[in-house]
Write a protein that binds this ligand. Structure first.
Ligand code: F6R
Length: 614
């Protein structure tokens, strides 16, 4: 979702802004723009629809020069994808430029009021009210920071923004109201960088400061100053990020998604490292030390997330119930935040969010926190907002995921949930020493099992070639494989734009079986797990009606394979690991279908990697 980048220093701002925005491309966007202050303090702005390459072409003809600027990649919410609606937005006098991420819920009312006072709007966006609100305060002779503070008192919703002003000593004012994505500041001698996320700053600075909701940062040639929403000064420390200052690289692969799928054995090894001792059969989660004293009182676990992270929560519910032996429920965070849920201080709430910035998940976390629940975040981004809201965080350690469709962060989430379930069970004495040893034996082999599942890639590609023109896919499974069926359907629709649905196999005859016909292919997840024969019965019911059925089947199960139209084979693995390993053919099948259709796999239409608006 929208990416923000700002620069104030002594170098040309243009290439720095472009590089920063390029490193934020993974978030998803549909238009771009820059405003740079010229030597004489005037704004020079360039905007374009489409990708950054289109903006670069415009900049070839119009080389903006200056040492201070702000840039934006826009993911449209209000107003279509047009040059006029792209950011930065300026006021009537061209004296302030604004880039914004978030949603201003009361913008219509503010816009009408501003128009009645003579303001002329050039876009259909909600964001454009900000520069006009600021303009009115600047006209009264107040400072840029006072004007931003005032504008924030007028808007309802969540916003993250950068504002810069023409014809004054160079200054960028940054502000956050609510949870509409983060802002990270990179501090170097005589130079300040500010962006939505750390990857944008990696080439420029490792000295990082974070802006929290309700805070304002004033970046100037004198340095940086932080104030809270009451205008009181805040002291902040610079932290040094121990990050590799290189951009993610596709290496030998054509698409990040495929690279990220193939990386999963290493990612899962990383998840296990220091947490699971293979030699001494130990299992520790030192990241939870701050909440261990509170764990004995927990009598229910609520897991939540959006999209793929919700599917991980569904599997997590199963792990917690079967391993920890605690009641558990999985919730869609965008629903949970508004639901009349009973949340108690004896609940453990586990929020799953690879980006750590999903607005709905963050708000659901705030709700759980206010109710006194113990709160854990499982995230791939250290220092993301989710880790600041949670009482404790478990890092996915998956490395930057660039492909918009989550793959390695999904399996990393599942593995962490499995480890967490054992950890909680150990803590509550519901997992015996013998069971712990068995679990660790299984976990030790997981990266190898994932590698074996990935070895099926060429066969899955062949199958995908045959089915790339299918119009509808129906995924079905039982138990802990049902969330994997949902995930298979989501992956496929996200990147191939083919209609796909996931259903519990037992529900087929209660409605979905009516869909079976020549245009529909069913994918049945039926590897060797308890109740497999029940799924086989449903397969028979579909075959009897001349339905086409592909199966996710354990290698060597020739009996079932012979009754199917095609197979995606899985290695034989312990039952608890089946959902994690079964995610692999789902990801590969979706990837190869999209490849056959010649689509932009890493940047599927309309989607964003970091969903920072509601
Ligand atoms: C699908 C996908 C999305 C995300 C969802 C939540 O491939 O990636 O469904 O899972 O937008 O994102 P996070 O996990 O960042 O909260």
């Amino acid at each position: 979702m929208c990416g923000i980048m700002g620069y104030l220093g002594n170098q040309e701002a243009r290439p720095i802004l472009l590089q920063g925005l390029e490193n934020l491309e993974y978030r998803g966007y549909d238009s771009t723009g820059l405003s740079i202050l010229s030597e004489t303090g005037e704004f020079q702005s360039v905007k374009s629809t489409g990708r950054l390459s289109a903006l670069k072409s415009v900049l070839e003809k119009n080389k903006l020069s200056g040492n201070v600027g702000i840039g934006h990649t826009r993911w449209a919410t209000h107003g279509q994808v047009t040059v006029e609606n792209a950011h930065p937005h300026l006021d009537c006098n061209n004296s302030v430029a604004v880039v914004q991420n978030g949603i201003i819920e009361n913008y219509r009312q503010i816009k009408e009021n501003l128009q009645s006072r003579g303001h002329i709007f050039k876009s259909d966006t909600d964001s454009e009210v900000i520069p006009h609100l600021i303009e009115e305060v600047l006209d009264q002779g107040q400072s840029l920071e006072s004007a931003v503070e005032f504008a924030l008192t007028q808007v309802k919703g969540s916003v993250t923004l950068l504002v810069t002003q023409s014809k004054i000593d160079p200054k960028i004012v940054a502000a956050r109201l609510g949870n509409a994505g983060g802002l990270v500041i990179g501090v170097e001698d005589n130079e300040l960088f500010i962006a939505s996320d750390i990857p944008a700053l990696l080439p420029f600075s490792n000295n990082i400061m974070f802006l929290n909701p309700g805070e304002i940062a004033i970046l100037s040639t004198d340095g940086i100053e932080f104030v809270d929403d009451q205008g009181r000064t805040i002291e902040k420390q610079v932290s040094t990020q121990l990050v590799n200052a290189t951009e993610p690289d596709k290496g030998e692969y054509d698409w990040f998604m495929y690279k990220e799928i193939m990386e999963q054995p290493d990612v899962l090894l990383n998840v296990l490292r220091d947490r699971v001792g293979i030699d001494n059969f130990s299992l520790e989660l030192p990241e939870l030390s701050s909440i261990t004293e509170q764990l004995p009182k927990i009598n229910r676990v609520i897991l939540m997330g959006c999209g793929t992270s919700y599917h991980a929560a569904l599997v997590g519910k199963g792990f917690i119930e079967s391993i920890t032996k605690l009641p558990a429920q999985a919730e869609i965070a965008s629903e949970f935040r508004y639901a009349n849920q009973v949340i108690r201080d004896t609940d453990l709430v586990v929020a799953l969010t690879q980006s750590g910035e999903t607005a709905d998940t963050l708000e659901a976390m705030e709700k759980a926190k206010q109710a006194g629940a113990v709160l854990i975040a499982i995230t791939n981004v250290l220092d993301s907002q989710s880790t600041r809201i949670a009482d404790a965080s478990l890092h996915m350690r998956a490395g930057i995921e660039v492909g918009v469709a989550s793959t390695k962060t999904f399996t990393a989430s599942l593995l962490i949930l499995y480890i967490l379930s054992i950890y909680l069970g150990k803590n509550r004495s519901s997992v015996s020493e013998i069971e712990l040893t068995e679990h660790i034996h299984d976990l030790e082999k997981l990266p190898e099992y994932i590698g074996n599942a990935l070895n099926e890639s060429p066969n899955i590609h062949l199958l995908a070639k045959d089915y790339a023109n299918t119009q509808y896919f129906l995924f079905m499974a039982r138990g802990l494989l049902f969330p994997i069926a949902l995930e298979g359907a989501l992956k496929l629709k996200e990147i191939s734009y083919i209609h796909a649905e996931g259903h519990p196999a037992g529900e087929m005859k209660h409605g979905p079986i009516a869909l079976i016909g020549p245009d529909v292919t069913t994918i049945a997840l039926a590897p060797n797990v308890p109740n497999k024969e029940k799924t086989e019965t449903t397969i028979e019911e579909i075959k009897t009606r001349n339905g086409v059925v592909l199966g996710v089947v354990t290698a060597g199960d020739s009996n079932l394979a012979s009754r199917l139209d095609g197979c995606l084979f899985l290695p034989s693995v312990p039952v608890n690991l089946v959902p994690i390993v079964a995610a692999i053919p789902m990801q590969l099948f979706a990837y190869f279908i999209a490849l056959e259709k010649g689509l932009d796999i890493d940047h599927p239409r309309n989607l964003a990697k970091s969903v920072t608006v509601e």
